[in-house]
Design a protein around this ligand. Sequence first.
Ligand SMILES: [Zn+2]
Length: 215
Amino acid sequence: MFSSMRTPEEIREYDRQWRLANPEKVKAYAREWKRQHKDVIKTRAAEYDKRPSVKARKKKYRQEHPEIRAAEKARYKKRHPDKIRAAKSARRARKIAATIGDIRIIRDWESTWRRKRSVKCYWCGGQSPGKTCHADHIVPLFRGGEHSINNLCVSCKTCNLKKGPKDPATFNKTLVQPLLLFTDDTFVAQVGQCHQDLQGSLASNLPIGESSARV
Ligand SMILES: [Zn+2]
């Protein structure tokens, strides 16, 4: 009956002594407990992270160490170049309130040519590596063109830079071999007035309806 006469303090002290004398047993017990209570540990960690004081401390730490966020960003960029590109062009499009098409479709389309060794330019027909090509808005966003798959083409860097914000009809005329574009009415209806203008200018001086895509 001796043990029942111990005070709580004495019991605690006994425990402490036992733990000091048996560190290996204590470690093994903790390991086993952790192994059996993974969910509990996870939940507790999540609850801990949710505490306002912890949140504030973590936020402050990250603010004092901007390199952490920069490293995270860099890692993400490296792993998802296609997503970054898609997000960038969507952001650009949003800026000028262009209609935004399905970003996923655009991303899938880009991934069909971006890694190819040789891709044909929509405008000049020249071949260049996919990674050097640009996804070009046929009717520039700036002129009210949509940011959608209907209004995108693969352009070599040279053509894209030459084209800039020009409307496709004007740019088309500067090509060595202008394209017979937009003869399909449904396509014209989708992408709007600029395409109509282009079709008009082409119709006035070019043989629309020929099977060849080139003049
Ligand atoms: Zn080109």
